[in-house]
Ligand binder design. Structure first.
Ligand SMILES: [Zn+2]
Ligand SMILES: [Zn+2]
Length: 825
């Protein structure tokens, strides 16, 4: 018997698929389209390890499944190819970032090939090539035209190790998302995208994303962070100035006993100028600036404050209250100033205790008293006390009443604030898309005309570890002419955040070579939104939020007719080894190349899909890989045996006679149903594989029974091969071809179960056409004639048989054994 020679089988089929271009998607036929997409990778210098493999393998299984269902599936791949590691490699190894990146891409494509990934490479996009970043620059210009790209001076996140600014989304617990350095604050002038203009829509439309994981939706909602409240103006005593605070609790205004400004608040230094506190305030501001956001507002962070000596007037009762600056108030939330109500806010309570500031209870607990002492802040609902015209009202009533009063007195207004800040997109690095702006002494900032795009990255640059962008020293790049007045001018040397590149790449796949537009609008409207997107949950508030924003902007510009990019989202769990995330730096990564050599890529794929429910984290187990390999060997061996049965070539319809026959047919149809349900309902690949293993076990029991029928084994094997296709495509293709399947398995269709066989009591009936038995139907026992007729009317086999005859209708008669026979006349 021929052994399972996976090396030879896989090599041959990979080549055949490539030569035949089986993965090419004809975009001109959008009927029955399906767009599956795995987040495009960063081509790093390391080989992809087995943990990386998971989302690609899931994506490929999904692709092959929808293809088998008969959909016209687009399954492209590309590379998120700009970014800092390329530049660091240039500094360290003296290799040009472009060469380093393109080499890595080639190596990664080789890995994808080895794994048997079904990508349509004709659609490939590479974000660091001018034919792509030209259109990233075009998108920047469109945002600029709309007033959605602007430059401002602000306190921004600075990574001292990456030597560049970062967006808020790239700071995780006070650390750089890429390198984990503690992020500092710097006062710099930078380019921003006005994502806050879309905060309300980005929030409201989350509820339309029915097929997204709840976890991701909640993370986006929290990040956007809408809060309703009021803006209230507080006059500063003895000054012309007033400070606007944002509060979500206008009902507690009578309990405000001090005010706090963020140390970065633009009014702080001017208000204390010339006072005895000036030097002390300046010193405090400098001290706080060195703290990370985590040190300032994280759980358990020490609250530091300073009384500025200034007094503000509480507008509701005219009382004079001290003005503090404190580290726990950030400039980038609300207005950068708060009214502090220590009796009813936990942070204010802690601060007031520390600095001995009085507290006034204005909410009385149900069943409690107005003068109850406070052991901690009372943050629950209750009835208003010590609050003049609000006394006796509930919290919601008091909020509404206070907003009304503030409006009437012109002291404030109802307001909504968002936690979301504008997206900082400029980076002080070389390896990114140049921001297409020119600075002219006379005209200010002038956009590069569209016809002059792309602003190409100069190749001849020197990489030094000085932290300065190499672009700054390339005179031929920097010096240019003003598009407006023609005078001498200077180019922006900052490049764009790579998250801008990835915010629209899914649109480029439908027209990757288009040199007239970023993408063809008609094709984009036909093929998008992406039907199934697959990627890591770590992108929940980064890439996934930015892409939604850019898609909405493009919709508003009229270039596309949809405003959400991804209809369904699947986020895979991570793979751990020894309990920690698999990674090269931790030394616990499994190399797919070694696995493939030992077991073949079909085993690597099968095991990765079998390891656990794909949305969950899973621990890699080398022994279990062998289990997957054994299963494929069992399938192969059984297939050989069936193929060698003397009556195999005779063919024939499966006809269940014995209980054993029936059991196998029942199991076959149950397995088809189970795997189909698992593929459609949440990608339960692991239980789908278990079902196939059960079927194989039963077939092993059955095949050696006397009277085991070859057509029944064949029926089961044919189904199994098709069900195995998305998981382990090479072995499945080989068996399909030896069965004489014809064509490629990818297009051979998905098996359908016969519901009749799912029940345990099934009878077979013969179908006669013009007196001759032409086929048999399996139907549940005990059906009456009407039910039988209904079944026959929808049965494919009968329809097919009748199609070639002059027979018009089906007649049912009872035979001698009181079984139904279908007669046709
Ligand atoms: Zn960093
Ligand atoms: Zn000019």
């Amino acid at each position: 018997m021929e052994a399972y020679n996976f090396t030879e089988i896989e090599k041959r089929w990979k080549k055949e698929w490539k030569d035949k271009g089986v993965y090419a998607c004809d975009l001109s036929k959008p009927q029955d389209k399906y767009y599956t997409l795995v987040m495009f990778p960063y081509p790093s210098g390391d080989f992809l390890h087995a943990g990386h493999g998971r989302n690609y393998i899931i994506g490929d299984a999904v692709y092959r499944y929808f293809k088998a269902l008969g959909k016209n599936v687009l399954n492209p791949m590309g590379f998120d190819a700009f970014g800092l590691p390329a530049e660091n490699a240039a500094i360290k190894k003296g290799v040009h970032p472009e060469d380093w990146t393109l080499n890595n891409i080639e190596r990664m494509k080789g890995q994808f090939y080895d794994w048997g990934m079904g990508y349509d490479w004709d659609k490939e996009v590479v974000s660091c090539l001018p034919n792509y970043y030209r259109w990233t620059q075009w998108i920047f210009l469109k945002l600029y035209e709309k007033g959605l790209a602007y430059r401002k001076k602000a306190y921004v996140n600075w990574c001292p190790s990456c030597l560049t600014v970062l967006a808020n989304e790239q700071v995780v617990d006070g650390q750089c998302e890429r390198c984990d350095s503690v992020v500092e604050q710097k006062d710099l002038e930078q380019w921003f995208f006005k994502i806050t203009d879309y905060a309300d829509r980005l929030l409201a439309d989350i509820d339309r994303l029915e097929n997204w994981p709840d976890r991701v939706k909640t993370m986006q909602k929290n990040w956007i962070g809408r809060s309703e409240g009021a803006e209230v103006d507080f006059k500063i005593e003895g000054k012309e100035a007033s400070v606007t605070v944002f509060t979500t609790r206008p009902d507690t205004l009578f309990g405000a006993t001090y005010m706090v400004l963020a140390p970065e608040h633009p009014l702080v230094l001017s208000l204390v100028k010339g006072t005895t506190k000036e030097a002390e305030v300046k010193g405090f501001v400098e001290k706080v600036k060195k703290q990370s956001a985590m040190d300032r507002t994280g759980e358990g962070a020490e609250k530091l404050g300073l009384d500025t000596g200034l007094k503000a007037v509480n507008p509701v009762n005219g009382k004079s209250i001290p003005v503090y600056i404190a580290n726990y108030v950030l400039m980038n939330y609300g207005t950068g100033a708060i009214m502090a109500v220590p009796a009813h806010d936990t942070r204010d309570f802690e601060f007031a205790q520390k600095y001995k500031i009085p507290m006034v209870r204005v909410i009385q607990a149900p069943g409690g008293g107005a003068e109850d002492p406070l052991a901690e802040a009372y943050v629950e609902d209750g009835i208003l006390v010590h609050s003049d015209f609000l006394n006796g009202l509930s919290v919601p009533e008091a909020k509404a009443r206070m907003n009304e009063w503030l409006g009437g007195q012109k002291l404030g207004k109802k307001a909504v604030t968002y936690r979301l800040r504008d997206w900082l997109i400029s980076r002080q690095r070389y390896w990114g898309a140049p921001i297409p702006m020119i600075h002219c002494e006379k005209c200010g900032w002038v956009p590069v005309p569209e016809k002059d795009l792309p602003v190409t990255l100069p190749r001849a640059v020197e990489f030094k570890p000085t932290g300065e962008s190499p672009l700054k020293s390339i005179e031929s790049f920097v010096n240019t002419f003003c598009p407006k007045c023609g005078g001498a001018a200077k180019r922006e040397t900052d490049t764009m955040d790579t998250f801008v590149d990835s915010s629209w790449y899914f649109l480029r796949y439908v027209s990757p070579r288009n040199d007239q537009a970023a993408f063809d609008s008609k094709t984009a409207n036909e093929w998008l939104p992406v039907d199934q997107y697959i990627g890591g949950v770590e992108h929940a508030i980064l890439h996934l939020l930015y892409s939604r924003f850019v898609t909405k902007v493009l919709k508003d510009l009229g270039v596309i007719n949809f405003d959400e990019p991804f209809k369904r989202l699947f986020t895979q769990g991570m793979i751990t080894k020894g309990g920690i995330k698999m990674s090269k730096s931790k030394g616990n990564s499994v190399q797919p190349d070694e696995l493939i050599q030992k077991y073949g890529s079909d085993t690597f794929r099968l095991y990765t899909l079998f390891i656990a429910p794909p949305e969950r984290d899973a621990e890699w187990d080398d022994r279990a890989v062998e289990g997957a390999f054994r299963f494929l060997n069992r399938v192969w061996k059984l297939f050989q045996e069936v193929l060698e049965r003397p009556d195999f070539k005779a063919g024939g319809e499966p006809k269940a006679e014995t209980e054993g026959d029936k059991e196998v047919r029942r199991k076959t149809h149950q397995t088809i149903q189970k795997v189909t349900q698992d593929m459609t309902g949440g990608f339960k690949f692991n239980t789908a594989i278990s079902a196939k293993m059960e079927l194989i076990n039963l077939l092993y029991d059955y095949k050696d029974q006397p009277g085991a029928q070859t057509p029944i084994l064949r029926e089961a094997l044919e189904a199994l091969i098709k069900l195995l296709g998305p998981f382990s495509p090479h072995i499945a293709e080989e068996m399909w071809s030896r069965l004489g399947g014809g064509g490629n398995l990818l297009n051979a269709g998905w098996p359908r179960h016969n519901p009749a066989w799912l029940k345990s009591d099934v009878v077979e009936i013969a179908v006669q056409i013009n007196g001759k038995v032409r086929t048999r139907l399996s139907v549940p026992a005990g059906l009456d004639e009407a039910a039988m007729r209904a079944l026959a009317g929808t049965d494919e086999k009968i329809t097919k048989l009748l199609a070639g005859t002059t027979v018009q209708k089906v007649i049912w008669v009872k035979d001698k054994l009181a079984n139904f026979i279908v007669k046709t006349s």
